[in-house]
Ligand binder design. Structure first.
Ligand code: SF4
Length: 385
């Protein structure tokens, strides 16, 4: 029994289970000895961290196991490809650890650690020694939000906010709730996948959620499941626990080669997510981030996979949008035909781009918006016009 009081009770076989963190590849006997030296080199550049529960989901007999691809370094990460800050987040940083790109939404980068490190992470720069973009001290962010009454949405992110202590998280959420114009608080987290017991065992955290996620102003968990194999029984119990304590759950994840670039896999995950009350929200095209070449799917292929996945399941399982988180905004891929790629700004950084419809020449090798050429046979404004 993990939830007490006047809220629905969530049961789990062992609510107090604690994951054991593993920071060294040496501790993973299944990695072949001949791969160790190069993978150590990779982990020196892009840090490795995992835990015993998540590593336990790997089928080591399968060389292409998706969970392994997600968490175990690969030598291809050393390929010279992409940029560390592919969406130029630096350009929308308005104070230490504070990003403001869309009028109503502010991001607080409040923690630089994650439950484990996804190899394809677009924010891997934050985990590098010399990086200083994150701050646990959110006072500058809170002051900024107070001074900007148009900010109704705050996303706690990082890193993973649920890796912070409950006391700190409660202080931040409580301070945000004292700002009347902040309506929605979102917590971007992969802890529902990496450590379901983070919420299940912590009654203080559950109380915080019950206190601050109110009928008028909800807290959202922006969960990050990438593959149906992550939706284990404890993970589902974890989602039930967030819901039972008044949170709303949705899922967003990137499309990643070798992990979920398969319509059946995506459809299965979306279907299960819709059953457990955590429906899909965004599927992101992978950003051209340094080290991520091996994880990228070309844009047209990505749209085909997404489109095929949406042929199955209920309407709730098909609510996701396929989008690129571009420097200029979230560009949704609407359709692809023999000659064109049709897109629209779902969110835009600049007023003049809001809702803009754009048509590009079809390019099956392109990965990102900047590689696309405007179609000359359509009377719509190209990007940047
Ligand atoms: S949990 Fe999110 S921020 Fe952390 S490594 Fe994974 S993708 Fe990156």
């Amino acid at each position: 029994m993990v939830v007490k009081g006047d809220v629905p009770q969530v049961r789990t076989t062992n609510p107090n289970q604690r994951v054991k963190y593993i920071r060294s590849l040496d501790k993973i006997p299944n990695i072949p000895p001949e791969d160790r030296a190069i993978l150590e080199q990779v982990a020196e550049k892009f840090v490795f961290r995992a835990n015993d529960y998540y590593l336990g989901l790997i089928n080591w007999d399968d060389p292409h196991d998706p969970i392994k691809q997600l968490i175990i370094p690969r030598k291809e990460e050393l390929n010279d490809w992409g940029q560390l800050d592919a969406s130029n987040e630096q350009a929308v940083t308005v104070a230490h650890g504070v990003q403001h790109k869309y009028q109503d939404t502010v991001l607080l980068l409040c923690n630089e650690v994650c439950g484990a490190y996804c190899r394809y992470c677009f924010r891997k720069r934050l985990f590098m020694d010399e990086n200083d973009e994150v701050t646990n001290d959110v006072s500058a962010g809170l002051a900024y939000i107070r001074e900007n009454p148009q900010v109704s949405n705050v996303l706690l992110t990082g890193g993973d906010p649920l890796l912070m202590s409950t006391r700190r998280l409660t202080e931040i959420i409580g301070a945000l709730r004292e700002i009347p114009h902040v309506r929605i608080i979102r917590i971007g987290s992969k802890m529902p996948a990496f450590d379901p017991w983070r919420v299940l065992r912590d009654e203080e955290l559950q109380r915080t959620f019950r206190q601050y996620s109110t009928p008028e102003k909800r807290i959202y968990i922006m969960a990050h499941f990438d593959h149906p194999r992550e939706l284990t029984e404890p993970a589902m119990e974890g989602i039930a626990c967030y819901l039972a304590n008044g949170l709303i759950c949705v899922n967003q994840c990137p499309l990643i080669k070798g992990i979920n670039d398969d319509p059946d896999i995506l459809a299965e995950m979306y279907e299960t997510l819709s059953h457990i009350g955590c429906p899909p929200y965004y599927l992101f095209q992978g950003r051209p981030t340094e080290g991520n070449e091996a994880y990228e799917v070309p844009l047209v292929r990505g749209w085909q996979i997404f489109n095929e996945a949406l042929r199955h399941g209920s309407g709730l399982a098909r609510r996701a949008r396929f989008a690129m988180s571009h420097e200029t905004g979230k560009v949704e891929v609407l359709a692809v035909d023999d000659r064109h790629i049709y897109t629209r700004y779902h969110r835009a950084k600049y007023e003049h781009l809001r809702g803009r419809f754009m048509v590009f020449k079809r390019d099956d090798n392109a990965f990102w918006l900047d590689q696309l050429e405007p179609a000359d046979d359509f009377d719509v404004l190209p990007l940047g016009a």
